[in-house]
Design a protein around this ligand. Structure first.
Ligand code: MRU
Length: 350
C-alpha cells in the first residue's frame, strides 16, 4: 500500500517517494498498481526509462520531468559516445509529447556542468515550488469549501508534495475541512485510484464521481471551485491537461464556478503563442475498450483516445503558481512570469 499520512495526521506528510536516485539506477513507484500494491522498480537504461514514462508507471508532468532529469544524468555517466548518448536522450525526451516539463528538465540538465547535481536540484526545488503554490492558493479556498478536482496532481505526480491536490491538502492541514469531489478520470482512473486514496488517507472528506457526473455535481452539490493541474500552458493561457479538463471548464463556466489551474513555471511553454500548437498525445484504443483488466468493447474496437485536451484561456479564472496568482489578461501576467528568476536562482540567494 501507498504509505501516506493516515486519518488524523498531517495531510501533506506523504511518505511514498515517486522517484529516487539510487546511485546506479532510478527507483520509482509503479503508479499503475496503486493504490492496491506499492511496487518499487528500477530503471537503468534508456529503454526502461522510456517504457516507464510511456506506460504511465511514472506519470504527472513535474514527476516525469524529475525522472527524465535523473535519467539523462544516468545515461551520460554510462554512454561516452555523443551520438549514442543523443539518441538515448531523444528516446526519453520523446516518450510523452504533451507535458513540457519533461523537455524543460532534460534541456536544463543537458546545459549544466554537473548533470546529476542539476537533476537533484530540479527534484529538491519541486518541493519548495509545490509549497509555494499551496500557500498562494490559500486565499482562494474558504473554510468548508466544496472543491471539484480531476486526474491526480498529488505528491506522486510531482515528486514533491503536489500542485492542485497539494493546495487541497494544505487547506486541510490549515483546518479548513475542504470537501472534495474527485472525477474518476477515465480511461486510466488516476482520480479513482490515486486522488481518492490520497485524500481519504489524509482524512479529507472525499466523494468519488464518474466523469459524466461532473455537471450534476456542479448543479446540485454546491461546488465552490474547481482546481486542476496542467501539462503545458501556452503564452496566452490556453492549457493542456488530462482529457476531460476542457469539459469541466465549460461546465464550471456555465454554473459560474471559478476554475483554477495550479502549475509551476516549468509547465508554461513560453515559446507557444496559443494552445493550437500544443501536441496532444493519442493513446491506444485498448485503453478505451477495456475497464481496468476487463474487456468492455469487442476486440479490435476503434476508439479515439486523446490523453489530454486544451482548455481555452477565457474559461480559466486564474493560475496558481509558485510566484503567486496570475489573472487575466494572461498575455501580460504570463509575460511577467517569464521574467521571474527560476527557483534555483531564488533558493541560492535566500
Ligand atoms: O497522463 P497523466 O496521468 O500523466 O496526466 C497527468 C495530468 O494531466 C496532471 O493533471 C498534470 O500532469 C499535472 S500533475 C501535477
Amino acid at each position: 500500500m501507498l504509505h501516506s499520512a493516515g486519518p488524523g495526521r498531517d495531510p501533506l506528510a506523504i511518505e511514498a517517494q515517486a522517484v529516487r536516485w539510487a546511485g546506479d539506477a532510478i527507483e520509482y513507484v509503479d503508479q499503475r498498481l496503486l493504490p492496491h500494491e506499492t511496487v518499487v522498480r528500477r530503471a537503468t537504461t534508456a529503454e526502461e526509462l522510456e517504457d516507464a514514462i510511456k506506460t504511465l508507471a511514472v506519470r504527472g508532468a513535474p514527476c516525469i520531468g524529475v525522472f527524465g532529469a535523473y535519467g539523462v544524468a544516468m545515461l551520460r555517466a554510462q554512454i561516452s559516445d555523443d551520438k549514442k548518448f543523443e539518441a538515448a536522450v531523444a528516446r526519453v525526451r520523446e516518450a510523452r509529447p504533451t507535458a513540457v516539463n519533461l523537455r524543460w528538465a532534460i534541456e536544463r540538465v543537458l546545459k549544466s556542468k554537473d548533470m546529476l547535481v542539476e537533476a537533484q536540484a530540479i527534484h529538491n526545488e519541486q518541493r519548495e515550488i509545490d509549497r509555494r503554490i499551496a500557500e498562494a492558493a490559500a486565499e482562494l479556498i474558504e473554510p468548508r469549501a466544496a472543491i471539484y478536482t480531476h486526474c491526480h496532481t498529488g505528491a506522486l505526480a510531482t515528486a514533491g508534495t503536489g500542485t492542485a491536490l497539494g493546495t487541497i491538502l494544505f487547506a486541510a492541514r490549515a483546518g479548513k475541512k475542504p470537501r472534495v469531489f474527485v472525477g474518476e478520470t477515465r480511461p486510466l482512473l488516476q482520480g479513482g485510484r490515486l486522488t481518492y486514496y490520497e485524500l481519504t488517507q489524509a482524512g479529507v472528506d472525499a466523494t468519488l464521481v464518474v466523469d459524466s457526473a461532473a455537471a450534476i455535481s456542479m448543479q446540485r452539490k454546491e461546488i465552490d471551485l474547481v482546481i486542476v493541474g496542467a501539462d503545458r500552458i501556452a503564452r496566452n493561457g490556453d492549457t493542456a491537461n488530462k482529457i476531460g479538463t476542457y469539459a469541466l471548464a465549460i461546465i464550471a463556466a456555465h454554473h459560474r464556478i471559478p476554475f483554477y489551474v495550479a502549475a509551476p513555471r516549468s509547465t508554461f511553454d513560453f515559446t507557444l503563442e496559443s494552445g493550437r500548437d500544443i501536441p496532444i498525445e493519442e493513446r491506444s484504443a485498448e485503453e478505451v475498450a477495456t475497464f481496468g483488466e476487463t474487456r468492455v468493447a469487442s476486440k479490435g474496437a476503434n476508439a479515439y483516445n486523446p490523453a489530454f485536451d486544451v482548455t481555452p484561456n477565457h474559461l480559466i479564472t486564474a493560475f496558481v503558481t509558485e510566484y503567486g496568482i496570475l489573472r487575466p489578461p494572461y498575455g501580460e501576467s504570463i509575460a511577467d512570469l517569464q521574467l521571474r528568476p527560476n527557483m534555483s536562482a531564488l533558493l541560492s540567494t535566500s
